[in-house]
Design a protein around this ligand. Structure first.
Ligand code: NAP
Length: 866
C-alpha cells in the first residue's frame, strides 16, 4: 500500500469532471455524470460530436458490427426512436445517430468544440488536474476522463518522401468533409486493413486507374449488407432488455452463443459446411468464434485460413493476384479481420492493379507518385489507409504529468500498465475509457464503452457518497492485472501476430499485447467484484481519511480458472465423499473426451514382474530412430486411483518433449494394497526396466524416473531405494508436484487446501487409505523425512502456486540442495496441482512442460548417473 498523503488538500475545481472526447464514450459519460449531478465539461477537438465517426468519412466507411448491436442501450426510448436503415450502417448514418443522441439529451451545451487538450498536470497540493488547451485555457477538475477512443490517433506516415507528393493526398482517418471525386483520376491506395478494404471498391468505381499497394493481405469475409437479418431483429424485439443483457454478458459484446467444440473435433465435411455458413452469415465475430479453439490452436485456425484462401482463389480471376491477396503469414482473427463488399471482386476489374510490397517495397513517394524497388508509378491522388497508433496513441498524445512528475508517455515507455484498463498508478483521478488492458477493441465497442462509462460514473458517485475525492490503483493491483492480461493473451495466438493489437504496426512502439482477451462478460464480472470488495486494489482518500484494500484480483492462470469453473458448473462430486470404487469409476469418467496429447512414434502396452505379481506398463517411443534413454513414469492418483494409462496425454508429451522412451508402470493401489506395496512395486519395476533397457529400445545406463503427485512421491522414493541398494543407476528424477511429506500444517495446505481441485480433505483421505499413521513418517512414504538425502540423482522439482502440496515440494527441493544434490526448482505461477498433466487443456502450462522435457534431456546428456 502506498503511504497516505499526509496533508492532502482538496481545493475546489472549475469542474468536477472534464472529459476528453465527444464520441460514443464522451457523450454517454456527459449524460451519466450530469444525471448524477457532477459538473462536467467535455472538450472535443472536432467542431461537432461523433469521434471516430466524425473523422473517418472515407468512401465505404461503415461499422463492422451489426448496427442493432453497435449502438447505445442505456436509453430505452432511443431503442425505438432510432431505426437503422441497414445491417451495417454507413458513417453518415452513424454520425447522424450520435448527433441525434446529443440533441435528444441536450449534450452540446456542455461540450466545448474545436478545443484540444494539450497538457494535463496533476497537482498533489490541491488534488486537482489542471488542463491546458490549444486555445490557451487553463481548466481545473477533480477527475479527468480520457474518452479519446482506441483508434483515433492516425499513425505518423512511415514512408520515405510522404510529404513530397504534389498531387492530392488523403488520409482515410481525416477525410475531407466535402468528399472527394476521383473521376478520371489515377489513384493509389496504400494499405489493405479495414479502411483500405472498405474504400478500395468504391474508389475503383470512380477512378480511371486504381493501384493498390499491399504489404500484408488481410482475411476478409463478405458483409452481405442489407436489412438486419430477420431472426436477429425478432430476437431483439421480442425482449430488448434480455437481448442487451446477453450482449453485456457475452464474450465479444454481441449475443452470440459461443461454440463449445474445437475445429478438429468435427469431420472435415462438417467443418467446411460450418465455414460456408459463416461466409454466408457475414458476421465478423463469427470468425473469431468459429470454433472454441480457433484463436488458441494453430492447426484448427489453419483450417479456417485455408477456407478463406480458397474463397479468394475462387473469386479472383488472375491466379497470381489471388495468391498475392491470400494471407499466409498470420493466423486468421489474430488481427481484426475485415468485412467487405466486393473487395476481392474489385481485383477482376481491368483498371485495378495490385502491387505486392512484400516483393517490391516502396522506396519513396515522389512528387508525382510512388517508386517501388522495381517500378515508378505516377498518380493524381494517393490515399493513405495506413492505420492508427492504436489504444495508447491518443492517451500519450496528450502531455499528461502525474503525481511523481512522470509523464504518461514516460511511464508507458515499455508498454502501458493499467489496472483494469481504467486507471494507472501515479495518475490519480485519471480514467481511461476502454483503455489498454480492457476488452475494448476485441469487443463490440459500444458495449464496452457503456460498461466503462457506468463503472467510472458509479465509482465517482461512490467516492462522493463516502466523502472520498481521490482514487488511484496500487502498484500491486496494477502489476497483477498487467500480468493477468499478458497471461490471457499468451494462451492465444494473437500476440504472435504483427498487428496494431501488439503495437507492431508503429515503428518503435513497444511490442505488448494491448487489449484484454478474457471477454466482456467475465471482465464486467471482475470490475464489479473490485467494487464489491471495497474498490479492491485502489487507494481511496478524502479529507482526513484513507482506505485501501490491496491485492491482485486474478491470480490463477486464466485457463486454469476455466477448468475450475467447469468443474464447479458440472458439480463434480468431491472424491473423498465417494467410496473408493465410485471414486475410481468417476476418475475414469472425467477422462472422457480429453484431448489425446501429441503423437508419438510408437505406443505399446506390456507387463513386467512387480514385487507381488505382474504389473502393466505402457511404453511411449519417440518418432526419431532409437535407441533412446528411458524414463520410468509413475502416475498420479493419491496411491488409490488411476493406472499406467491414465496420464496418457502427459506421458506422450513428456516423450515428445524429452525425446526419451517413457515407460508408465502400474503399481498396486491402496486400500487393497497399502504402504509399502506401491514403493516395492515401483522399485521392482525400475530394476526390471534397467535390466531390460536394451530390449525395450533404450540406452543401457540412461535411466531416469518421473511421476506426478503420488507418482512423484514414488519416483522420489525409488531414487532413495536405488541409492541404498547400490543400483540400478538413475541419472535424474523429475518430480511433478510431488507428495514428499505427511504433514498437513504447511502454509500451502492452509492457503490452497480448498478451492483448487486437490483439497486438504482429499489428501487426508488419500493418506488414510494409503498408510497407517505410524508408517507415514517412513521415508518410503514421506521421502522428505529420510535421514540422508545426499547421493541422490539430479532432480527437477516442479511445484504449482495454488497446490496444497506446493510447500512440501519446495521443502524437498531445498533439502536436496542442502544435501549437495544437483537440484532445480520449477515454480509454476498461477497453476494448480493438476495443471501440468492437462495437456492441450491448460495451455499456459505448455512452457513448463517444455522445461520438464528439457530437464529430462539434460539428465541424460549430463551422464552423471548415480
Ligand atoms: P490497419 O488495419 O492498421 O491497416 C493499415 C494498412 O496499412 C495495413 O495494410 C498496413 O500494412 C498498411 N501500412 C501501414 N504502414 C505502411 C507502410 N509504411 N507501407 C505500406 N503499407 C503500410 O488500419 P485500418 O485499416 O485503418 O484499420 C484499423 C482498425 O480500425 C481496424 O482493424 C478496425 O478495428 C478499425 N476500423 C474499422 C472499420 C469498420 O469496418 N468499422 C473500418 C476502418 C477501421 P501492414 O499490415 O503490413 O502493416
Amino acid at each position: 500500500m502506498q503511504p497516505a498523503h499526509q496533508k492532502r488538500e482538496f481545493s475546489i475545481p472549475d469542474h468536477d469532471v472534464v472529459v476528453a472526447g465527444a464520441g460514443f464514450a464522451g457523450l454517454y459519460l456527459l449524460h451519466r455524470l450530469r444525471e448524477l449531478g457532477f459538473s462536467t465539461r467535455v472538450l472535443e477537438t472536432a467542431d461537432d460530436v461523433g469521434g471516430t465517426w466524425y473523422w473517418n468519412r472515407y468512401p465505404g466507411a461503415r461499422c463492422d458490427i451489426q448496427t442493432i448491436d453497435y449502438c447505445y442501450s442505456f436509453d430505452p426510448e432511443l431503442e425505438t426512436e432510432w431505426q437503422w436503415s441497414e445491417r451495417y450502417a454507413t458513417q453518415p448514418e452513424i454520425l447522424r445517430y450520435l448527433q441525434f443522441v446529443a440533441d435528444k439529451h441536450d449534450l452540446r451545451r456542455d461540450i466545448e468544440f474545436s478545443t484540444r487538450i494539450e497538457a494535463a498536470v496533476w497537482n498533489d497540493g490541491t488534488s486537482l488536474w489542471t488542463l491546458r488547451t490549444d486555445r490557451g485555457q487553463k481548466i481545473t477538475c477533480r477527475y479527468y476522463v480520457m474518452a479519446t477512443g482506441c483508434l483515433s490517433m492516425p499513425k505518423t506516415p512511415d514512408i520515405a518522401g510522404h510529404d513530397r507528393f504534389l498531387g492530392e493526398a488523403y488520409f482515410t482517418s481525416h477525410w475531407p468533409h466535402q468528399g472527394v471525386d476521383f473521376s478520371g483520376k489515377r489513384v493509389a491506395v496504400i494499405g489493405t486493413g479495414s479502411s483500405g478494404v472498405q474504400s478500395i471498391p468504391l474508389i475503383a468505381e470512380q477512378a480511371a486507374e486504381l493501384t493498390v499497394f499491399q504489404r500484408t493481405p488481410c482475411y476478409c469475409i463478405p458483409a452481405h449488407n442489407g436489412p438486419v437479418p430477420a431472426h436477429r431483429m425478432t430476437e431483439l424485439e421480442n425482449d430488448r432488455a434480455a437481448y442487451r443483457e446477453a450482449a453485456r454478458q457475452s464474450l465479444f459484446g454481441v449475443p452470440l452463443a459461443p461454440m463449445e467444440v474445437g475445429a478438429l473435433q468435427v469431420s472435415a465435411e462438417e467443418r467446411e459446411a460450418h465455414y460456408e455458413d459463416i461466409w454466408k452469415a457475414g458476421e465478423l465475430l463469427g470468425i473469431a468464434g468459429a470454433y472454441a479453439d480457433i484463436i488458441t490452436n494453430a492447426t484448427s485456425n489453419e483450417t479456417l485460413c485455408e477456407f478463406v484462401r480458397d474463397k479468394i482463389r475462387e473469386i479472383v480471376n488472375d491466379p497470381e493476384v489471388a495468391e498475392t491477396l491470400c494471407p499466409k503469414d498470420f493466423y486468421i482473427a489474430t488481427k481484426r479481420p475485415c468485412l467487405d463488399t466486393n473487395y476481392y471482386e474489385t481485383y477482376n476489374l481491368p483498371h485495378v492493379r495490385l502491387v505486392d510490397l512484400r516483393k517490391h517495397p516502396i522506396e519513396t513517394i515522389t512528387e508525382t507518385g510512388i517508386d517501388t524497388t522495381n517500378a515508378s508509378y505516377t498518380f493524381d491522388a494517393i490515399v493513405f489507409a495506413t492505420g492508427f497508433d492504436a489504444m495508447t496513441g491518443a492517451l500519450v498524445g496528450v502531455d499528461i504529468t502525474g503525481s511523481n512528475g512522470l509523464t504518461l508517455r514516460e511511464k508507458w515507455s515499455n508498454g502501458p500498465e493499467t489496472y483494469l484498463g481504467l486507471m494507472t498508478t501515479g495518475f490519480p483521478n485519471l480514467f481511461t475509457i476502454t483503455g489498454p488492458g480492457s476488452p475494448s477493441v476485441l469487443s463490440n465497442m459500444t458495449v464496452s464503452i457503456e460498461q466503462h462509462v457506468e463503472w467510472v460514473s458509479n465509482c465517482l458517485d461512490d467516492l462522493r457518497k463516502n466523502n472520498f475525492e481521490f482514487i488511484e490503483p496500487t502498484r500491486t493491483a496494477e502489476a497483477g492485472w498487467v500480468q493477468h492480461v499478458n497471461d490471457y493473451g499468451a494462451i492465444t495466438l494473437l500476440p504472435q501476430t504483427n498487428s496494431w493489437y501488439t503495437g507492431a504496426n508503429v515503428p518503435g512502439k513497444p511490442r505488448v499485447f494491448l487489449p484484454y482477451i478474457g471477454g466482456v462478460g467475465p471482465y464486467r464480472g471482475i470490475c464489479d467484484e473490485v467494487v464489491e470488495r471495497g474498490y479492491f486494489g485502489f487507494v481511496l482518500e478524502g479529507p482526513g481519511k484513507q482506505s485501501c484494500n490491496d491485492g491482485v484480483i486474478r491470480t490463477v492462470q486464466p485457463d486454469v480458472a476455466m477448468v475450475l469453473d467447469m468443474i464447479e458448473a458440472l458439480q463434480w462430486p468431491r472424491f473423498e465423499t465417494l467410496s473408493v470404487a465410485d471414486a475410481r469409476a468417476f476418475a475414469i469418467e472425467t477422462l472422457t473426451g480429453r484431448p489425446p496429447g501429441p503423437d508419438v512414434g510408437e505406443c505399446n502396452d506390456g507387463t513386467l514382474p512387480g514385487a507381488a505379481g505382474e504389473l502393466k506398463y505402457r511404453l511411449y517411443r519417440p518418432v526419431s530412430p532409437g535407441p533412446h534413454p528411458i524414463v520410468v513414469y509413475f502416475h498420479g492418483g493419491g496411491w488409490l486411483l488411476g493406472s499406467y494409462d491414465t496420464d496418457d496425454p502427459f506421458c506422450r508429451d513428456l516423450c515428445v518433449q524429452s525425446e526419451a522412451i517413457i515407460v508408465s508402470v502400474d503399481y498396486r493401489h491402496a486400500p487393497e494394497a497399502r504402504f509399502p506395496a506401491a514403493p516395492e512395486d515401483a522399485f521392482t519395476a525400475v530394476q526390471w526396466v534397467a535390466k531390460n533397457a536394451a530390449s525395450l529400445g533404450g540406452v543401457p545406463g540412461q535411466l531416469a524416473v518421473s511421476g506426478w503427485s503420488a507418482g512423484a512421491n514414488l519416483a522420489a522414493v525409488v531414487c532413495q531405494m536405488a541409492r541404498d541398494a547400490d543400483g540400478p543407476a538413475i541419472c535424474g528424477q523429475l518430480l511433478v508436484t510431488p507428495v514428499t511429506d505427511c504433514d498437513f500444517t504447511r502454509e500451502s495446505y492452509t492457503n490452497n487446501g480448498e478451492g483448487y481441485f486437490l483439497t486438504k480433505a482429499l489428501m487426508e483421505w488419500f493418506w488414510d487409505h494409503y498408510a497407517d499413521t505410524t508408517d507415514r513418517e517412513n521415508p518410503q512414504a514421506s521421502p522428505l523425512r529420510a535421514d540422508k538425502l545426499s547421493g541422490l540423482p539430479p532432480a527437477l522439482v516442479v511445484t504449482c502456486e495454488f497446490d496444497p502440496l506446493r510447500d512440501e515440494g519446495i521443502a524437498y527441493f531445498e533439502a536436496l540442495q542442502a544435501a549437495g544434490v544437483k537440484a532445480d526448482h520449477l515454480p509454476c505461477r498461477g497453476h494448480i496441482h493438476t495443471s501440468l498433466t492437462l495437456v492441450d487443456i491448460v495451455l499456459s502450462s505448455a512452457d513448463a512442460r517444455g522445461a520438464m522435457g528439457r530437464a529430462l534431456g539434460g539428465f541424460f546428456s549430463d551422464q552423471t548417473a548415480v
